[in-house]
Design a protein around this ligand. Structure first.
Ligand code: NI
Length: 158
């Protein structure tokens, strides 16, 4: 387990589309462990593999309810819309408002390759959307409504 360096905006790795994981292997488990360590060390609520320079569809999230590991996650349903404040570990010090679904349903695989579905509302829904966007090279600032950095000095980052 190790804390990896978090790639910052401006690095083109954050703008690439990630490839799906096709094999569950030791290297994937090391990546998941390192991503969790890196997220917790940075006080984040989520982290996507391209943020540690790996172009694979892998995400970790913990909004305070325990660690969620998602391999090849896909949004399969959304409900409602809500505007909220976001930050990103790859864009330190900034906060912007973004419109996201109020509720999302995501299908993914766990570290053993078993398919599961997770439903999220509130911060979890926001984190799921934010991290899955990272896998397609999309950053939350691409979708920002307003820059509110001066109003919110702290907050969740993914
Ligand atoms: Ni982010």
């Amino acid at each position: 387990m190790a804390v990896r360096n978090i790639v910052k905006m401006g690095d083109e790795v954050l703008r690439k589309k990630c490839r799906p994981v096709d094999k569950i292997e030791k290297r994937l488990h090391v990546l998941l462990d390192d991503m969790a360590d890196t997220m917790y060390a940075a006080d984040g609520v989520g982290l996507a593999a391209p943020q540690v320079g790996i172009l694979r569809r892998v995400v970790v999230i913990d909004v305070g309810d325990g660690l969620l590991e998602l391999i090849n996650p896909e949004i399969v349903g959304t409900e409602g819309e809500i505007v909220g404040v976001e930050g990103c570990l790859s864009i330190p010090g900034r906060r912007c408002t973004v419109k996201r679904p109020e509720k999302v349903t995501v299908r993914a695989k766990d570290r053993k390759g078993r398919e599961f579905t997770v439903e999220g509302t509130g911060l979890l829904a926001r984190a799921l959307c934010h991290e899955i966007d990272h896998l397609d090279g999309v950053l939350y600032v691409d979708k920002m409504i307003e820059d509110v950095t001066e109003k919110y000095e702290t907050g969740e980052e993914g």
